[in-house]
Design a protein around this ligand. Structure first.
Ligand code: FAD
Length: 494
């Protein structure tokens, strides 16, 4: 009989409670399942699988050093468990709690039933500060430090090599296809640790100032999101590294140290938001499909414009900054927070597209897809929560503010190379003669920015005033709203 560690999005061996507890009890086998429901989900893309496979490649050699076999199975989890149980017997299943898309919730329910039938105990450990069956949001901010600020779990000591033979365990698994060229990320523990050290040693001082512009964000942000999503780094480890860095800066008061301290504060807040947003999906799994505030279901129903949607998806809306952001996301698999928010705002306000399809398209492009953050953020940015300030970004103003010289635009839209720093933000402003002369092959804007902005603003603010919408907003705030705390930005509320 073996202790089974069912790996999910926790692809590391350090500070791994499931592995630690399993090893305390006996001989361990690790299992990762590439499930058909994952591969066929509307928000899945090969870039997620590629990143996971790279992490598994790195994990396999780490586990080998502990003599723990890793079995990567393609198929249903219950098939894998049954096979393993028949062949060698499972004494106990250990895994980290997952708050993922709805299919993972249904899958976990089935596994629970199967394990109960077989008389196999299943222990789930906390990966993040996301609490199952949370009674009230009021005290969540007190629970988070208790969960995250704990001593780390040691890497288990090597076990005796397992003597039974399971030829299928060593069967090879698919190699990453890397179907997109310019990704910023490499999967695996070593890459995650390198990225963390790079961030703490070089990027911290420019983090807060550089995160808003897509030009500087790629050198200023931590770029840790896929590693946090796939658990190559644990949240408690990150917390400890922040504290160590803070300690190291004690006693220094020069400008650089101040900027580093500011960077640490900002980073720490974001890690709080991480768990705060995932808690929303944990509390209400329907958020993947339905508005947090159900009254908003009708807001954009039946208003889908295929041409607008496809132009937005391809980065061909005729709005240079929007298109550059989308094309950079297609190429790199990542874009910074502000630009994510702007892409959603443009799609759901100026193009008045309903958020679920917008969310799915972006989910397929983000290497770091984390459903709890993603669906809650998309809903927030498209104004359907009723508890957050309405923010309709002007793509032209964002372009002028965040990319004044048009360098980012030109990097991803080389067809606008000839335009100067004024007209690159809005090629319509180029004098017609010059437009002909430089022969710009770039689409005309698909909507009039002023008209679409005005229409969206009227629709959303009128809708927000409805009594039934306001009434539900209060309930949404009670269930999901961030309470007053130093790590949360103040929100404007109705
Ligand atoms: C529409 C939209 C969709 C998003 N979808 C995702 C997603 O699928 N996965 C994801 O990890 N982040 C998502 N975010 C949040 C944020 O944009 C990314 O976490 C961030 O850009 C990742 O880059 P980074 O690791 O350099 O972040 P940093 O700025 O260095 O932040 C560090 C970490 O904090 C967390 N974090 C940062 N910002 C936020 C935030 N606003 N809310 C919650 N957690 C945050 C992430 O884990 C991130 O890795 C989304 C934001 C928006 C507006």
């Amino acid at each position: 009989m073996v202790e089974l560690v069912w790996l999910k999005k926790d692809l590391r061996i350090d500070d791994h409670q499931a592995l630690y507890q399993a090893r305390q009890r006996g001989a361990v086998v690790a299992l990762f399942v590439i499930e058909p429901q994952w591969l066929s989900a509307p928000d899945f893309s090969n870039r997620h699988l590629d990143f996971a496979l790279e992490c598994l490649g790195s994990l396999k050699s780490q586990l080998q050093s502990l003599n723990i076999p890793l079995w990567v199975y393609q198929g249903e989890v219950i098939q894998a468990l049954s096979l393993l149980h028949r062949q060698i017997g499972i004494a106990h299943i250990h895994s980290h709690q997952e708050t993922g898309s709805y299919w993972t919730y249904q899958r976990d329910t089935k596994v629970q039933g199967w394990a109960r039938e077989q008389g196999i105990p299943w222990s789930e450990y906390l990966q993040f500060a996301v609490v199952r069956r949370l009674k009230s949001r009021d005290h969540w901010h007190r629970l988070r430090p208790k969960i995250i600020e704990r001593p780390l779990y040691h890497r288990p000591s090597p076990q005796e090599p397992i003597s039974f033979s399971c030829p299928w365990i060593n069967k090879s698994w698919p190699s990453p296809s890397r179907d997109f060229s310019g990704s910023l990320f490499t999967g695996g523990r070593e890459a995650g640790l390198r990225q963390l050290e790079l961030f703490l040693s070089h990027r911290l001082p420019i983090y807060s100032k550089g995160m808003s512009s897509p030009l500087s964000a790629v050198d200023a942000c931590s770029l840790l999101s896929p590693h946090i999503t796939w658990g190559t780094l644990s949240m408690s480890e990150l917390h400890q590294r922040i504290q160590q860095r803070r300690q190291h800066l004690l006693g220094f008061n020069d400008k650089l140290s101040q900027a580093q301290r500011q960077g640490l504060r900002s980073f720490e807040s974001r890690l709080w938001w991480h768990c705060h947003f995932i808690q929303k999906l944990e509390d209400e799994p329907r958020l993947e499909f339905q508005c947090i505030n159900p009254a908003y279901q009708q807001l954009r129903q039946n208003s889908f414009n295929k041409h607008y949607f496809e132009s937005w998806c391809r980065g061909e809306t005729g709005f240079p900054f929007i298109d550059a952001c989308m094309r950079s996301l297609i190429e790199r698999g990542w874009i910074n927070f502000r630009m994510r928010a702007m892409l959603v705002s443009f799609a759901t306000y100026q193009l008045w597209l309903d958020w679920p399809r917008v969310a799915q398209h972006l989910a397929r492009l983000f290497v770091d897809l984390e459903p709890g953050i993603h669906y809650s953020q998309v809903q927030m940015q498209s104004g359907v929560t009723g508890i957050n300030a309405i923010r309709i970004y002007s793509p032209i103003k964002q372009s002028q503010d965040q990319d004044p010289q048009g360098l980012f635009i030109k990097q991803f839209l080389p067809e606008l190379e000839e335009l100067d720093a004024t007209s690159v933000h809005w090629p319509q402003s180029t004098p017609p003669l010059l437009r002909q002369l430089v022969d710009i092959k770039y689409p005309d804007p698909i909507v009039d920015p002023k008209v679409s902005y005005q229409q969206a603003k009227e629709k959303i603010f009128q809708f927000r005033q409805r009594p039934e919408v306001k009434a539900l907003a209060q309930a949404v705030f009670k269930k999901h709203g961030s309470r007053k705390h130093k790590h949360f930005p103040r929100q404007k509320r109705d």
